[in-house]
Design a protein around this ligand. Structure first.
Ligand SMILES: *[C@@H]1O[C@H](CO)[C@@H](O)[C@H](O)[C@H]1NC(C)=O
Ligand SMILES: *[C@@H]1O[C@H](CO)[C@@H](O)[C@H](O)[C@H]1NC(C)=O
Ligand SMILES: *[C@@H]1O[C@H](CO)[C@@H](O)[C@H](O)[C@H]1NC(C)=O
Ligand SMILES: *[C@@H]1O[C@H](CO)[C@@H](O)[C@H](O)[C@H]1NC(C)=O
Ligand SMILES: *[C@@H]1O[C@H](CO)[C@@H](O)[C@H](O)[C@H]1NC(C)=O
Length: 488
């Protein structure tokens, strides 16, 4: 520092600076006297009641408690649904819910009725019906544009208040048709400091949904995660924030706005999938980003993800692989067979493709556009938040398609089997000499190490053990040398 004061005024100027600093410090620390009021309460013109001072967070004394690795018991799930939809959607939640292990609640708009859902299944999360007395009075007061949306956001506070205890580190919010991969959620959240402020979620795949709502919002059906301090701050500011934003018409947007006004922004993660897509999403699921799969949504809005199965069967089928190894779910691994010039692309636990040409990973990582945009109104590209490949009938471009059939734990590792969906019905690829059609292959077997993959720094390598008649056998191993996968 190099302050230079003219000698006579030194004392006066120093005093002036000190008092200015004091006033500044008072302003900085003053809001901390009211930790339960967000900064916006201090100048909100809509403020109608004073901030209530609720007891401060009761931190557990043992530092070991907050430093221990995050596990499933530290997560609280809040699922927002409607009584009407639950009849058709409970199969999605029950596909991943673990009674007595996952902790959380399903929030319904009214009491459940009907023999198909009563008595309430122990395989479902316990339900609550949102407190009508409280919310109806509040809605009458704030006169929102869309009361359903306000109810949904309000429920985040209700879920938090009920699940709040010294063990809670993360609030995981979803819809009644969100399919969560809980082991991966735990692995990913364990990498974050839950005592800091985090809003973790996923954007829409459809570029216009992000534009119409917000590129800054986590889409609720895909699920979003709030660290404890953020969930608490959001709950404390909830009524004020809903008053300020009663004119907005989307629950996810209101949630984002409330969180942004607390001072926190979205951390988008690539494994969180809203599935704002239509039709056959097999192309999308076969080129998953290199990030743990965290969620799938809208499975009742797209075609069943496996051939010859309905939507519920498909979801349960996918979960058969997920219970054995979630860390590899949908992870794309590429290998090349030099004798035939074939490329294999395995989307673990879901599908396998054979291309009759050597294709680099940089190309195969782009999903084949088997799906359609979320909005049926025709509009010029771009439609998606990622690059795609167009489907093709060129035999050097179109894959032979196989789907996950079964998984088995073997002494040497985990064995997954993929079987052919249908004949490809095209001549062999001429570029590769036109001699090696993969049409004969009906089954692909993949052996991988039994260890969970916690680090996704690089994809696994894959060796072709043998291609013999109708069977191809592949083996995964960790990528060793600093070489291109094309050279391995
Ligand atoms: C936690 O407990 C230890 C003794 O068990 C005590 O020395 C320490 O002051 C306590 N810390 C807090 C923050 O209460
Ligand atoms: C989760 O961590 C807590 C410590 O915070 C520990 O007491 C508990 O046993 C752990 N639970 C599981 C299932 O590992
Ligand atoms: C869950 O815990 C309760 C009480 O401890 C027990 O009665 C029930 O069988 C458990 N359910 C499952 C699915 O483990
Ligand atoms: C490929 O051929 C099939 C059958 O002839 C046809 O239905 C399909 O539209 C074609 N696809 C493309 C991308 O040309
Ligand atoms: C592989 O493809 C190249 C051309 O891309 C061709 O020269 C070669 O003969 C092919 N190998 C086999 C075994 O078909």
């Amino acid at each position: 520092m190099s302050f230079s004061f003219s000698s006579g005024n030194n004392l006066f100027k120093t005093l002036l600076i000190i008092s200015a600093l004091l006033i500044y410090l008072i302003f900085i620390f003053l809001p901390n006297q009211h930790p339960n009021c967000s900064a916006s309460d201090f100048f909100s013109p809509f403020k109608t009641k004073t901030c209530f001072v609720s007891p401060t967070i009761t931190t557990t004394n043992s530092s070991q408690e907050t430093n221990s690795p995050t596990n499933l018991s530290h997560l609280g799930f809040g699922l927002l649904g409607s009584e009407k939809a639950w009849h058709n959607r409970k199969a999605y939640i029950e596909s991943w819910w673990r009674p007595n292990a996952t902790r959380g609640l399903l929030y319904l708009d009214k009491n459940p009725t009907g023999d198909d859902i009563l008595p309430w299944s122990t395989a479902s999360p316990p339900y609550r019906v949102s407190n009508d007395d409280l919310i109806t009075g509040f809605l009458g007061e704030i006169k929102p544009r869309d009361p359903v949306m306000i109810r949904m956001v309000y429920a985040i506070m209700e879920v938090f208040r009920e699940l709040d205890n010294e063990n809670l580190r993360w609030l995981v919010m979803g819809d009644d048709d969100s399919v969560f991969f809980v082991d991966n959620i735990v692995d990913v959240l364990a990498q974050y400091d839950h005592t800091k402020y985090y809003y973790i979620g996923g954007q829409s795949e459809f570029i216009m949904s992000n534009y119409w709502y917000s590129f800054n919002q986590g889409f609720g059906g895909a699920g979003f995660m709030l660290s404890y301090p953020l969930a608490k701050a959001l709950a404390n500011d909830m009524e004020n924030c809903l008053r300020r934003n009663a004119g907005l018409n989307s629950a996810d947007l209101i949630t984002m706005v409330c969180i942004a006004d607390i001072g926190v922004n979205l951390s988008p993660l690539k494994g969180i999938h809203q599935i704002d897509l239509r039709g056959d999403i097999s192309g999308f699921l076969s080129s998953h980003p290199k990030f743990p799969l965290i969620s799938l949504h809208h499975l009742d809005k797209v075609d069943p993800i496996f051939p010859n199965m309905d939507r519920f069967e498909s979801t349960r089928h996918l979960m058969k692989a997920a219970v054995v190894d979630q860390s590899r779910m949908l992870q794309q691994t590429i290998c090349h067979h030099r004798q035939t010039n074939w490329s294999f692309s395995i989307s673990w636990g879901y599908s396998a493709h054979i291309y009759e040409k050597i294709m680099p990973r940089s190309y195969l990582q782009n999903p084949i556009e088997t799906f359609e945009p979320w909005s049926s109104t025709p509009r010029p590209p771009p439609q998606y938040m990622f690059n795609t490949r167009l489907p093709s009938n060129d035999s050097c471009e179109a894959p032979h398609v196989f789907f996950f059939k079964k998984v088995k734990k073997a002494p040497a590792g985990i064995l997954t089997t993929y079987s052919r969906a249908a004949p490809r019905g095209l001549p062999p690829c001429w570029i590769s000499g036109g001699k090696h059609s993969a049409e004969v292959v009906s089954e692909i077997r993949v052996l991988n190490p039994a260890t969970r993959r916690k680090e996704m720094d690089r994809c696994e390598c894959c060796d072709i053990i043998r291609v013999h008649g109708a069977k191809a056998e592949l083996k995964f191993r960790s990528a060793s040398l600093m070489r291109s996968l094309l050279d391995q």
